[in-house]
Design a binder for this molecule. Structure first.
Ligand SMILES: [Zn+2]
Length: 417
């Protein structure tokens, strides 16, 4: 099946785009639809690369609004007992709700860490998005407990291996303060053997720095390197407490950082992600929302604004992180490991969105600054992933059922009324 988009604007020029087998095959002013193409009339829209959510816990849409405004640790302790009650169906519909929200706000790919990853993968596959998925590993610093969890972790990797072409399996140790050293070493070894990416929370709270100093007398990055986890296949979420020394080592080992500014601000983690210091060293950087219970939305077009403003404010300098660069971070263009199709060109994956140019937020002025500083995800009209149209004219197939089933789960779990 081939797809054609006609009459959309790209960098201010009217163009056509054709895609087949999930790949862009033609792009330019003279490209038109052919007989048999599924055709999208892009008149009045601009075509832009899809966004990549570099860190989230998708099914936590079920927890949206639950425990809001609690201190971080109290919030976690409210959530954990509820998570123990989650079924595959809950996680499936929670993830479908997240996918729905992401499709409606222009996200084409996300990096997920959550329980029952087989249900997550099934939801991703059914929704049509792309995702890197993993089962969180938490042994509460108890190596014996960690050892007992390994068989289940391997089983989930095997299940994810068959989860479809748009799902990538990963290993997801929760963090250095929740996973023992032998377990982290096992994760590093398993990831290397199977050539899988690793996602880990890293330096979201200052206690991680002081905790590691007290426990092993090492800096966080040196510890991560010693257990074998600081490499080019590692995605580090948060990084708001990185020191200069940490940044040097992260840069030297080629790991990717994903900043989650809205979640960090809402949970009052205290630090600000050292974006300029990371980029100065050439560290790949992506943008994430984190879960919908600490954000509380998955709309990257809202978060990219906060990301840019926070950096400007922190440096007392309006020229820091201009709109073009902020949007490139949100599309994954500055973090190849995240797997975004940040450039629209022939041969690239057909992952893109159309945004409506006739909405007030994008009128008048230049598209990119308007997208970053004025728009929200509501300006997205059409979302295409792998050459398949997931939303057209803001309508997503099966939307009502997804909302109803996710709400049923949240009610049954006592998360909402
Ligand atoms: Zn997280």
């Amino acid at each position: 099946m081939s797809l054609a988009v006609v009459g959309a604007e790209l960098d201010g020029v009217r163009i056509g785009l054709r895609a087949a087998e999930g790949v862009i095959t033609e792009l330019g002013p003279s490209v038109d639809a052919r007989p048999g193409d599924e055709t999208i009339n892009g008149a009045g829209c601009a075509i832009v690369p899809g966004l990549v959510n570099g860190h989230t816990h998708a099914a936590m849409t079920l927890f949206r609004g639950f425990g809001s405004d609690l201190p971080l640790m109290d919030w976690l302790h409210a959530i954990w007992p509820k998570e123990a009650e989650l079924t595959d169906e809950d996680v499936y519909w929670g993830t479908r709700l997240a996918c729905l929200e992401m499709i409606r706000s222009g996200t084409v790919r996300f990096w997920d860490m959550y329980w029952r990853p087989r249900a997550v993968a099934r939801a991703v596959d059914d929704a049509g998005l792309r995702a890197t998925v993993g089962l969180p590993l938490i042994d509460d610093l108890d190596p014996a407990r960690g050892e007992a969890l390994r068989a289940g972790a391997l089983e989930s990797l095997d299940e994810l291996a068959d989860a479809g072409p748009r799902v990538t399996a990963s290993l997801t140790p929760h963090g250095t303060y929740t996973v023992s050293e032998p377990s982290l070493e096992w994760v590093a070894q398993t990831a290397a053997e199977r050539s899988l990416p690793v996602q880990i929370h890293f330096l979201e709270v200052e206690d991680e720095v002081t905790g590691l100093r007290a426990r092993v007398n090492e800096t966080p990055s040196r510890y991560l390197e010693r257990v074998g986890l600081l490499g080019p296949s590692t995605v580090l979420a948060h990084g708001v407490w990185l020191s200069e020394d940490d940044l040097d080592l992260v840069a030297a080992r080629g790991a990717t950082l994903v900043t989650n500014p809205v979640s960090n601000l809402k949970l009052a983690v205290g630090g600000i992600f050292p974006y300029l210091e990371a980029r100065k060293r050439g560290i790949p950087v992506g943008l994430g929302t984190d879960g919908a219970s600490s954000n509380n939305s998955l709309d990257l077009l809202q978060d990219v604004k906060v990301f840019a403003l926070l950096q400007k404010h922190a440096h007392d300098d309006t020229t820091v992180l201009p709109a073009e660069e902020a949007l490139r971070v949100a599309t994954g263009a500055l973090a190849p490991m995240l797997g975004g199709a940040a450039e629209l060109r022939v041969g690239a994956p057909a992952d893109f969105v159309l945004v409506r140019l006739d909405v007030p937020e994008l009128t008048p002025g230049d598209l990119v600054p308007n997208l970053v500083y004025a728009a929200s995800g509501s300006v997205v009209d059409t979302t295409v992933v792998d050459g398949l149209v997931l939303m057209r004219g803001r309508a997503v197939e099966g939307e009502e059922e997804v909302r109803a089933r996710a709400r049923e789960s949240a009610i049954r779990l006592g998360l909402t009324r």
